[in-house]
Design a protein around this ligand. Structure first.
Ligand SMILES: [Zn+2]
Ligand SMILES: [Zn+2]
Ligand SMILES: [Zn+2]
Length: 308
């Protein structure tokens, strides 16, 4: 099926160069007209690998395929593959901070900020999308490009589809940054498991819809290859003040407790909990890491730092 990114007459899509570091996963971007791309990570200095490109901002939406010519549809190419969220490291609002002493000499630093800048990027599983810049006709990067294509209005389009693009956009919202001082963990999947456990905990302790929250990992500048920070954010345009409310010791203890309860109630992976499922950590938004999410590792961690 063919689909279109909607174009408006005389208006280009905004586009940005972006790069995600293979070593530390940090994100950087610049308007495509202002740069030729990135060679090195601006946090850890490693060479940028293949996780880079140009993303188009499909700000005018999408148009469904030729089955319904000219009829704007709900079907979005963006849903074809899982998307990833990245924190840029930038926020411009006022910050609030609190430190929580946990067991074992670990200290949890919570920093809330408004107007944190995040990016959502869909690179179609590294294949990207081939996009006709004239009419918006789009195919997945691993599909063959038809010799000819039609515009959404059924006319032959002279446009070419030479380059691969990602789709994405940047946005600002309320964020909460968590950093566990005095704790290192290099096990595969540990930090993502902890992140998604805490998001579930926030949702149930604060009675916020899980779909109004999301999160990502963020490498700490100065220690980019050590433990990452966890970024929780309001997945609501402009922010809703949800995660900001958590910068209180009592609130966050409730979150830790609710996170642990949910994981302990689940039965996947047996007694050791060496697994994850939709009843504990999995969510449609975190499909990219389902295989590595592990309930047992987080139970062990939370029970250690937060003894009842
Ligand atoms: Zn890096
Ligand atoms: Zn075209
Ligand atoms: Zn489970």
């Amino acid at each position: 099926t063919s689909r279109y990114i909607r174009r408006l007459p005389n208006r280009e899509w905004e586009s940005f160069f972006y790069a995600i570091c293979d070593q530390c996963q940090s994100y950087q971007s610049e308007r495509a007209e202002l740069t030729k791309g990135f060679t090195h990570c601006n946090v850890c200095g490693s060479r940028i690998g293949r996780n880079q490109g140009i993303f188009i901002v499909p700000a005018f939406g999408f148009i469904a395929g030729q089955e319904n010519p000219g009829n704007p549809g709900e079907e979005k190419p963006e849903k074809t593959y899982t998307t990833r969220v990245y924190f840029s490291g930038k926020s411009s609002g006022e910050e609030e901070k609190v430190c929580l002493k946990l067991a074992g000499g670990i200290e949890l630093e919570l920093t809330a900020a408004s107007r944190g800048k995040l990016a959502v990027i869909n690179n179609a599983g590294h294949y990207g999308f081939r996009v006709c810049r004239a009419c918006g006709f789009t195919v997945l990067g691993n599909e063959s490009v038809p010799g000819q294509h039609k515009t959404p209005w059924g006319n032959d389009c002279p446009g070419k589809m030479l380059n691969r693009y990602s789709l994405g956009h940047e946005f600002e919202t309320d964020i909460l940054k968590l950093y566990f001082h005095g704790y290192q963990d290099t096990r595969k999947g540990f930090w993502h498991s902890l992140l998604y456990a805490l998001l579930e905990g926030v949702s149930s302790a604060m009675q916020i819809e899980r779909q109004d929250l999301d999160g990502c990992l963020y490498p700490m500048p100065g220690n980019p290859l050590g433990s990452p920070a966890l970024i929780l954010f309001d997945d609501v345009p402009g922010g809703a003040g949800h995660v900001r409310r958590l910068v209180r010791e009592e609130s966050f203890k409730e979150v830790l407790q609710a996170s642990l309860n949910r994981l302990q109630r689940c039965e996947c992976g047996g007694v050791e909990g060496n697994a994850s499922c939709y009843g504990c950590l999995r969510h449609y938004r975190n499909q990219f890491c389902h295989d590595e999410l592990n309930r047992g590792m987080v139970i062990e961690f939370l029970a250690k730092v937060f003894p009842l």
